[in-house]
Write a protein that binds this ligand. Structure first.
Ligand code: ADP
Ligand code: MG
Length: 235
């Protein structure tokens, strides 16, 4: 839960008093034009950016997120642009995701579980991850985020640069992770039509403020999406 979160860079207000609730086992989307503040919400939640005001609570307790501590609290972040280590193998990337796990056997077990979700990665385990397709690299980035078995997964633009077919596949996986593992997921997306088919609720942002929170059906029927994106949003 985030209340009245403010983040500014110099004089620029990236977030201007934002409230976000994430319930257990829920998928929510953060949508809005470029520069609206979507990534900043994820980064504030993960402790990459400091907040200038507001509180963040996890299961009722106020927290002050710092990335290496927040993973221990069950939160994982998959950044925009994937940020996998291309010169390392798929296995090595997954191991990086599991660095906080002390015992080697437990890391191997987690890799098995991740590969159960993304079977296409199995035959690629010892390949350099730079050799994977864009879709496979995104699967790997998400898989790396799952290594700590998070309760909450933060995904920033997972569909970026992928073909429509791959986008669909990635979103199916996101849904599957949510349903099978009960992982709560916050996904930032510009691919509004597709993401609305898998989320419970969506937050619509503009210029650092939340202008609407609703179910996908209500957002679509209200016509507000067109209004917000018109003039800002370039296909
Ligand atoms: P979105 O993800 O919705 O496209 P962001 O959250 O990345 O938007 O950015 C929101 C605003 O904050 C933008 O005006 C952006 O330029 C600014 N911003 C984000 N990160 C930084 C940063 N590290 N330094 C300066 N300005 C930033
Ligand atoms: Mg962004």
């Amino acid at each position: 839960m985030m209340r009245d979160i403010k983040v500014a860079f110099g004089g620029v207000k990236a977030l201007d008093g934002v409230d976000v609730d994430i319930n257990e086992r829920e998928i929510i989307a953060l949508m809005g034009p470029n520069g609206a503040g979507k990534s900043t919400i994820l980064k504030a939640l993960f402790g990459i950016y400091n907040t200038n005001a507001g509180i963040i609570k996890l299961r009722g307790n106020i927290i002050h997120p710092v990335p290496h501590e927040i993973v221990h609290l069950g939160i994982s972040f998959v950044p925009q642009g994937r940020q996998i280590f291309k010169s390392l193998t798929v296995r090595e990337n997954l191991e990086m995701g599991g660095v906080i796990i002390k015992n080697k056997k437990a890391v191997d077990e987690r890799i098995e579980e991740v590969i159960d979700i993304f079977p296409a990665l199995r035959i690629k385990l010892n390949h350099k991850s730079g050799s994977l397709s864009g879709g496979q690299q995104q699967m790997l980035a998400i898989g790396r985020g799952l290594m700590t078995d998070p309760k909450l997964l933060l995904l920033d633009e997972p569909s970026l640069g992928l073909s429509p077919k791959m986008v669909k596949e990635v979103f199916m996986k996101v849904k599957e992770i949510n349903e099978k593992r009960g992982t709560a997921i916050v996904v930032v997306e510009h691919n509004i039509k597709s993401i609305l088919t898998i989320v419970n609720r969506a937050y619509l942002l503009d210029k650092g403020k939340i202008i609407k929170v609703d179910t996908p059906d209500n957002l679509i029927s209200s016509g507000i999406l067109e209004k917000v994106f018109m003039g800002h949003y370039k296909e």
